[in-house]
Design a protein around this ligand. Structure first.
Ligand SMILES: Cc1cc2nc3c(=O)[nH]c(=O)nc-3n(C[C@H](O)[C@H](O)[C@H](O)COP(=O)(O)O)c2cc1C
Length: 404
């Protein structure tokens, strides 16, 4: 891969030299672009020596008229010649300029001219990172499809301890590689994914629900979409940003979720039920708010529809079915029981409680399939776990018949 490596004017600029070396070791070609700010921290010569190439510093390089002419189109040449634009460290200033579409120097001009994937690895003081302006810029850039490698936390050069350190160089290199050659191995699949909790009304103002945030289901939907799948996401009430390129059906109750899933079932080649559906609901919901009374108050609840079991019974032979089991104990046994009784191809077990799984950005799961041992997937981001589940799903799908 040919990488245009933009370096911004932050303390972490020195790490960009090591990053250039790492990328070259991994077989990539690197062309460095240093902002004026970056040149306050590190010399272009370092990059020239490491990459064996001229380092770009100025938009309006002076000199004779020929040079002016060639430099006038240089940013277009860089945008055309390179497969990927990687900016590390991306300063708060650069993020703002990229987000706003400002182009006062070579790197920002190249950003606008660049048609390929863009990977940004920000690094800055914690307050700068957490500032609403920076966060809004990050959101804009992410929505635009730029890949953000989030900063890590730890001791910062400014003396603070917090978020803002440039991500690990290996992580940045991996992010660049996967942004350049995204897998399209789900291009022929339609995934029906459920996510989030359900809310079961008790009266017009109260409901029963659970701690599910929907993050795992949304991570699956996003990962599947990035691998080329068509995705229908049936989502309970969550506080997550809608996903671009994903058809989202919003529901509240278990009954509504069941109806949406059954309606969309015929389109699906894979069904992943990551939602935490309520097991019980109130059959007759009072029209008016229930008044506070002294003493105890009894609720008689009845079972909600078992969506997984119904899908398991209705599914065609060529549809893959994956369930989730959130358990507080006996994870593998419960997952196996669910696999058998609900006619699933795989059950993703996760231990919940004590800050695990629910509402966390990380998860650790166990994948239980019909044949084969339970596969333990150690703690990782929900995005990584989502890709791991999809890898396994593809593997299982290959063994299914082609016809219903
Ligand atoms: C000593 C010093 C350290 C700095 N470190 C950072 C940093 O880590 N991240 C950041 O976003 N800005 C940092 N800045 C501010 C930037 O250098 C400043 O916003 C500059 O305009 C960035 O230029 P550029 O975005 O064109 O590279 C630092 C400034 C100084 C003087």
């Amino acid at each position: 891969m040919k990488i245009a490596l933009g370096v911004g004017g932050g303390i972490a600029a020195y790490k960009a030299a090591e990053l250039a070396r790492l990328l070259m070791e991994r077989g990539h070609e690197v062309e460095a672009i240093l902002t004026a700010g970056a040149r306050e921290f590190i010399q272009p010569l370092t990059f020239a020596a490491l990459t064996g190439r001229k380092v770009i510093t100025d938009l309006f390089a002076g000199g004779g008229s020929d040079e002016v002419l060639s430099s006038a189109i240089e940013h277009i040449r860089v945008a055309k010649d390179n497969d990927l634009l990687l900016v590390a460290p991306a300063t708060a200033d650069l993020l703002g300029k990229f987000a706003a579409g400002l182009a006062p120097d070579f790197l920002t001009t190249t950003y606008l001219a660049f048609p390929g994937p863009v990977v940004l690895a920000p690094a800055m003081n914690t307050n700068m990172w957490e500032h609403a302006a920076t966060q809004t810029n990050i959101s804009t850039l992410r929505d635009r499809g730029n890949h953000i490698v989030p900063p890590g936390s730890g001791h910062l050069a400014c003396g603070m301890v917090g978020v803002g350190r440039l991500a690990e160089l290996g992580e940045i290199a991996l992010a660049a590689e996967s942004a350049f050659s995204p897998r399209r191995d789900l291009a022929h699949e339609t995934l029906l994914i459920t996510a989030g909790p359900t809310q079961e009304p008790l009266d017009p103002v109260r409901f029963l629900s659970n701690r599910s945030s929907g993050k795992m289901g949304y991570a699956l939907a996003e990962a599947a979409r990035s691998r080329g799948a068509r995705v229908v996401l049936v989502s309970g009430p969550v506080n997550l940003k809608p996903l671009g390129g994903v058809e989202t059906v919003r529901v509240k109750t278990a009954r509504e979720m069941r109806d949406a899933v059954i309606a969309r079932l015929p389109e699906a080649t894979m069904i992943i039920k990551a939602a935490a559906v309520a097991d019980f609901h109130l059959e007759e919901i009072p029209d008016h708010k229930v008044k506070k009374t002294p003493g105890t108050f009894r609720l008689e609840l009845s079972a909600t529809p078992d969506i997984l079991a119904e899908v398991g019974a209705r599914r065609a032979r060529n549809q893959l079915l994956i369930g989730f089991a959130a358990e507080t104990q006996d994870l593998v046994r419960e997952a196996r029981r669910k696999l058998e009784t609900k006619n699933c191809d795989m059950v993703v077990g996760n231990l919940v409680g004590d800050g695990l799984a629910f509402d966390s950005d990380e998860n650790a799961v166990t994948l239980v399939t019909r044949d084969g041992d339970a596969i333990s997937v150690p703690t990782a981001s929900k995005k990584e776990i989502a890709h791991r589940i999809l890898d396994e799903a593809l593997h299982l799908r290959a063994a299914l018949p082609m016809t219903p």
